[in-house]
Design a protein around this ligand. Sequence first.
Ligand code: HEM
Ligand code: HEM
Length: 206
Amino acid sequence: MRLRNGEYGYGAVTKALHWLTVAAVVAQFAVGWSMEADDAAFDREDDRIDALEDAGGDRVEAEIDRLEDELDHREDNYVADAASGLLGGDGFADGLSRAELHVLLGLSLILLALMRVVWRRVGGLPPWAEHLGTGERRLEAMLEKALLTMLFVVPATGLILIAVGARWLPLHVAAQVVFLAVISIHVGLVLKHTVVRRNRHLARML
Ligand code: HEM
Ligand code: HEM
C-alpha cells in the first residue's frame, strides 16, 4: 500500500489519520456523555448537605453555605482541575478519571487535526470521480473543510470551558451538535457514494 495520496486513491497515511480521528471522536463522545455520572455524584453530595442543613437549623447555616459554595466550585471546575493536575504532573498513580481522559483525548484530537491539515497540504488529494458534477464537488470540498474545521472548534470550546468555567457548557454542546450534523451529512454522502459511486476517483478510505 502506498503512503501518499495519488491517482490510485488515498494512501496509507491519510487512511490511518482518518480512522484514528474517527476512533478518538467516538471515544470522546462516549467519555463526555458518561461524565454525567460525575454530575450525578455532585448532586448526591448536594442533597446530603441539604439534609444536614434541615437537621442543623440556623446554627450551622454559615458552615453549610460555605460547603455548598465549595461544592459548586468543584462541580464547575472538575475538568479544569483534572487538566491542571495532569499538567502539574500528579501522574496516573490514582488511575485515569473520566475528566482526565476527556482532556487527554481532546488534546490528542487537536494534534490529529493539525497533522491532517498538514498532510492534506503536503500529500495532496486524489482526483475527483468523473461522475461528480461541479455542484457536488463543491459540496464535498466544503464538507471536508467543515469537518476539519469542527475538529478544531469542538476542542477549542472545551478549552474555553475549562478556562472560564462551566457556565459556557452550552457553547461546547452547541459545537458538538453542529459537528454531529456535519458528520451525519458526511456519512450519508459516503454511504450514497459507496452504494452508487465514490467521491474521488478510485479512492477507497476503507
Ligand atoms: C472533539 C472533541 C470533544 C468532544 C466530542 C467533546 C464532547 C463532550 C461531551 C459529549 C460532553 C458532555 C456534555 C453534556 O453534559 O451534555 C462534554 C463536556 C465537557 N467537555 Fe468536552 N468534548 C471535546 C473536547 C473537549 C476538550 C479539549 C476539553 C477541555 C480540555 C473539554 C472539556 C469539557 C468540559 C469542561 C465539559 C463539561 C463537564 C461537566 O461539567 O459536566 N472537551 N464534552
Ligand atoms: C469524526 C468523524 C469524521 C471526520 C472528521 C471525517 C473527515 C473526513 C475528511 C476530512 C475526509 C476527506 C479526506 C481527508 O481530507 O482526509 C473524509 C473522507 C472519507 N470519510 Fe470521513 N470523517 C469522519 C467520519 C467518517 C465515518 C464514520 C465514515 C464511515 C462511514 C467515513 C468515511 C469516509 C470515506 C469513505 C471517505 C472517502 C470519501 C471519498 O472521497 O470517496 N468518515 N472524511
